[in-house]
Design a protein. Sequence first.
Lengths: 183, 207
Amino acid sequence: MLKVAVLVGNPKPKSRTLRVATTVVEKLLAEGTYELSVIDLADHSAELFRWPSETMNELNELVATSNLVIVASPTYKATYTGLLKSFLDRYPHNGLRGVTAIPVMTGADATHSMGVDVNLRPLLVELGASVPTRGVYFIASQMDQLDALIEGWAEDNAGVLHLLQPLVDGVLARHPEKAGVFA
Amino acid sequence: MRSRAIAVVTAGLGAPSSSRMLADRLTESTVERLRADAIDTRITVIELRDLAHDITNAMLTGFPNSELATAIDAVTGADGVIAVTPIFTASYSGLFKSFFDVLDRDALDGMPVLVGATGGTERHSLALDHGLRPLFGYLRAVVPPTTVFAASSDWGGASATAALGARIHRAGAEFADLVARSERSLSVRDPFALDGDFASRIGGGVA
């Protein structure tokens, strides 16, 4: 069973950003093949700047031990929120190694579409996550087309993930010891 | 003597922090340059570490409490801002970003902002130009060409400290020139101030 986490850095709880992120999971993976945990950082902000914090440690651990993490943020001042960054700042170097991540950002209009791959992707890469697909940028006024738009993204990017399979087979033939290295 | 207000925002977590150390050096260099031009300075230092919980609350509620509001007023009412963050994961810290997240999008319109960053190694020096400059660009602030990154190794050894000192000097000079021309602090208006003669508004007036 795949372990999947949705991490949302929106100061407003139960946001549209959260809905977009969970929809990405629903459209990408078959029901019953994964176990989903949702972390809405708005619910945990009191602990965000507390060290040590058992709650934060558990949440950090939950994300770092997932197979797939959807990391989602609304666009604030042209980039991801300080709320999301503050949570990610709690990881040590390479803290998301072994995790596959999909960056998701929502925004008011198309002018900040590049933000997800220009700002959020490098952050996840720096933390050691693998980010094989294009990020998802979702314009908040298109919520009525959420299912269709994310379905389209999933179709495109399922193809991208499929491209990785022959590569995985080749790499594991060369480095058999790497099979299940992060499992 | 003319006078200019400068707000110094630092997001260092330790006490003392290297971000605060860098901020102090940048402030010193700026003040010196302005003094040479016969301009007096008023400095307000804001350590975001002390405001972390106030900032989180403001993010959630949309309203700053009085401590945070005082800090925000000092920043938005200054003639120039010196902003220094530690670099975490190749970018500004979450605390630093959170503070600028709670500002209105027009709050720094035209504001000279000198940016600095600190890190364990020089590996993430580009975060200044890839992370901080676009953030302040969005806020329509004016960031001088020279930004200053200080790695741990820059604080020790004669040649390293000399190189850092030269960069601080250049950054301070560029920033001071912008601050000298900025008259923002003169145009900040007290939102509770009464316009005109109050007596005339209530129909009285002095005969």
